[in-house]
Ligand binder design. Structure first.
Ligand code: FES
Length: 154
């Protein structure tokens, strides 16, 4: 963890000392990039490092869907299932992705390439249905767009 705490220290140095609480999310993201997923022990480690209540870090860890709490594949596909996307066919898109990938929501393909997750609003309601693959948004989805996106990732 010493390499990680060095990175923590560098990030902490950019914040005012009285702003430790503001470092919870940045440190969770930093740790996620290093480890790929986060555990309750990681949350406690960050809480101890910052001197904040463990519950504060655990709350953040369990609230945000971008903070993976179990191992994920190389490409994480997050499909919005909230109201605008549902009205525009999200269920059809989700079923199509399940069929194409051969997995259920929450699972990772056996080759470790894709994880399929269902999330609430991606703030892309005007271009629903939408999904996020790693850091890239894909909008106005239909089966042909899904085929193209998966082909590009293969
Ligand atoms: S409801 Fe899907 S992006 Fe907002």
């Amino acid at each position: 963890m010493s390499c990680l705490t060095d990175k923590f220290d560098r990030l902490r140095a950019t914040y005012p000392p009285e702003m430790n609480s503001s470092l919870v999310l940045p440190l969770l993201h930093l740790m996620l990039r290093e480890k790929g997923h986060l555990t309750e022990s990681d949350a406690i480690f960050i809480a101890d490092y910052l001197g904040v209540p463990a519950m504060q870090v655990k709350e953040a860890l369990t609230w945000y869907t971008m903070l993976h709490r179990k191992p994920v594949g190389k490409h994480v596909i997050k499909v919005c299932r909230n109201i605008a996307c549902s009205l525009m066919g999200a269920e059809r898109i989700i079923d199509y992705l399940k069929q194409k990938l051969g997995i259920e929501a929450g699972e990772t393909t056996p080759d470790g390439r894709f994880t399929l997750l269902l999330v609430e609003c991606l703030a892309s309601c005007g271009t629903a249905p939408a999904m996020q693959v790693s850091d890239t948004y894909h909008e106005n989805l239909d089966e042909a767009r899904i085929d193209h996106i998966l082909k590009e990732l293969s």
